[in-house]
Design a protein around this ligand. Structure first.
Ligand code: FAD
Length: 320
């Protein structure tokens, strides 16, 4: 049975940070993952602090330097339909549009989506594993069909967020606050590999919350696209996904989702080859194969290599 906990609604960011400085207190966005996680026994908090009523915490603001600041309480559906994001940061709007169901997109916030916990069955069911405090990974020789083919070990989770993959291709930054102050980290540094930290997927420390995502002005416009392959053609997590951006200055970034414990950026030498353009079909195929050169599939997820190469070929043609 779920242990009782107190629900608190923060009136301001200072109020939220003060409450979150208390032990066993967790931040809450839409609650679509947090409340399920509590029910599943992943957490036994004393209190959860709802961040959604903090004034302007969901606002999307164009700043003087041309960058875009998206408040962490912005809802996924709001971002999928936002006119400026659709026009200038289309890859993010497209990624948000394919998250879960319309109801979950209406409830889920960007901050919560980026910090949602992985879906590995063993972890979620409380089975002894690295994430649950154990000393082995039952998925390595077990049910690993949805897990990582790159950068895995000792735990092989994949990060489930679609928007995170798009944000990595946009070179976004994450604004983080606690009672100790504010820090801003590149989204590439926000996510950690299991070998760096196994109890959580991000650099967040107790008491810290994501307050906003910052999109650089140079990443606006150009060619942008998000594609996602799912087992079912409706409301499912990505088997493999891809975000590709070619900025107006020609810079190319390609990031895969569903293949690694964090959004996985392809080697920069491949991005440079795509940026130079004029690629024939053989070169496109070779680049897609090269991108997957380091893949080390587990017993049941070798199919992800082929899916990734297929998405890579499409993305390279589109961007080149
Ligand atoms: C059936 C189903 C299908 C789904 N499919 C997809 C999918 O295809 N793609 C996808 O991307 N997602 C998918 N999701 C995940 C869904 O989008 C997330 O549950 C949702 O985005 C989380 O947002 P939330 O605001 O409800 O987070 P919450 O549930 O409130 O929080 C999630 C986690 O983040 C922490 N948190 C919340 N806000 C903050 C903050 N500001 N700073 C720091 N930590 C915070 C919480 O403590 C908790 O650990 C799916 C979920 C379900 C249930």
């Amino acid at each position: 049975m779920t242990s009782p906990f107190v629900y608190q609604r923060a009136a301001s960011i200072e109020d939220a940070l003060a409450r979150l400085a208390e032990p066993r207190t967790l931040p809450m966005g839409g609650g679509t993952d947090l409340l399920v996680s509590i029910d599943e026994g992943l957490y036994t908090p004393d209190a959860v602090v709802d961040l959604r009523e903090i004034p302007a915490s969901d606002s999307v603001d164009l700043r003087e330097d041309g960058s875009l600041r998206i408040g962490a309480s912005a809802r996924i559906e709001q971002l999928a339909g936002h006119a400026l994001i659709r026009e200038q940061y289309g890859v993010l709007a497209q990624a948000c549009a394919v998250v879960a169901t319309p109801a979950l997109r209406e409830m889920g916030t960007l901050g919560g989506n980026l910090c949602q916990r992985p879906r590995c069955w063993y972890f979620r069911r409380g089975i002894d594993c690295y994430k649950n405090g154990g000393s082995s990974c039952p998925a390595r020789d077990g049910e690993n069909q949805y897990l990582a083919i790159l950068d895995g070990g000792p735990c092989f989770i994949v990060h489930p967020s679609d928007p995170a993959v798009a944000l990595a291709a946009l070179n976004a930054e994450v604004e983080i606050r606690s009672t100790k102050g504010e820090r801003v980290v590149a989204i590439e540094d926000f996510y950690l590999l299991p070998r760096e930290r196994v109890d959580h997927e991000t650099v967040l420390q107790p008491g810290e919350v994501v307050t906003a995502i910052l999109l650089p002005a140079v990443a606006a416009g150009g060619r942008q696209r998000y594609q996602k392959l799912m087992q079912r053609e409706a409301w499912d997590f990505a088997l493999v996904s891809i975000a590709g951006c070619r900025r107006p200055d020609g810079d190319v970034r390609i990031v895969l989702g569903g293949v690694a414990p964090r959004p996985w950026r392809v080697n920069s030498s491949i991005e440079e080859d795509v940026s130079s353009g004029g690629l024939d079909e053989d070169t496109v195929t070779t680049l897609a194969e090269r991108a997957m050169y380091d893949a080390e599939p587990l017993s049941k997820n070798g199919y992800k290599v082929e899916l990734a190469q297929s998405l890579l070929r499409d993305a390279i043609r589109f961007l080149a």
